[in-house]
Design a protein around this ligand. Structure first.
Ligand SMILES: [Zn+2]
Length: 151
């Protein structure tokens, strides 16, 4: 585990610890069914938010570890690095926002963001072996993710 991953892990543990402390402290004051129900709702809603935060941090860590892939998966020619750009996506545990390298191929005009590769890898698909695979993987991605472009 490298330093960046360790920082990500420490941040997740620290957020989780704070949340658990707050819940444990507040649980001492529960005296009624109504208060127990409120606590249950908080655990569910805040827990989901917590999971979303964790997923966002993990996905950012994944993007931070991607080796730069300058070669276009479509035409195998060098692409242009257009800087790091934020990108949002709606996951099954809520909306997340991460930053990754934005590539642009001047030959075939295909834009690409590190997030797309991370999503493809998650599904076990692979890209880089020609247009067929590229399009197939992209279709698979669209079924799984709703990406929100922010340029
Ligand atoms: Zn290309």
């Amino acid at each position: 585990m490298d330093a960046r991953t360790r920082r990500t892990m420490q941040e997740m543990v620290s957020q989780l610890t704070e949340w658990v402390k707050t819940l444990a402290r507040d649980s001492q004051e529960v005296r009624s069914v109504q208060q127990a129900n409120q606590l249950e709702r908080r655990v569910r809603e805040e827990g989901l938010q917590m999971l979303g935060n964790m997923f966002e941090m993990l996905l950012q860590n994944a993007l931070d570890h991607q080796p730069p892939e300058r070669i276009c998966p479509n035409c195998s020619r060098p692409r242009r690095h257009k800087g790091c750009r934020p990108r949002g996506l709606l996951s099954s545990i809520g909306a997340v926002r991460v930053s990754g390298i934005y590539w642009y191929c001047p030959y075939c005009g295909i834009p690409d963001h590190g997030l797309r590769r991370a999503s493809l890898r998650r599904e076990g698909a692979r890209i880089g072996d020609g247009l067929g695979d590229y399009r197939g993987a992209e279709t698979a991605r669209r079924r799984q993710w709703l990406t929100i472009e922010r340029r």
